[in-house]
Design a protein around this ligand. Structure first.
Ligand code: ZN
Length: 46
């Protein structure tokens, strides 16, 4: 179940505001994203 959880959604639900800004935690959450967040990442990366 955990492997299919969107990394961004997981961070929003489980981390404090300060932790969400931590690059190490942000990177760890990138392995899987829901369609909404994946589209958002691609927008930012473009
Ligand atoms: Zn998401």
């Amino acid at each position: 179940m955990r492997d299919t959880t969107c990394g961004d959604c997981w961070r929003i639900e489980n981390l404090t505001f300060a932790q969400r800004l931590d690059p190490a935690l942000v990177r760890r959450g990138q392995r899987h994203l829901c369609e909404e967040h994946r589209a958002k990442r691609e927008e930012l990366a473009a």
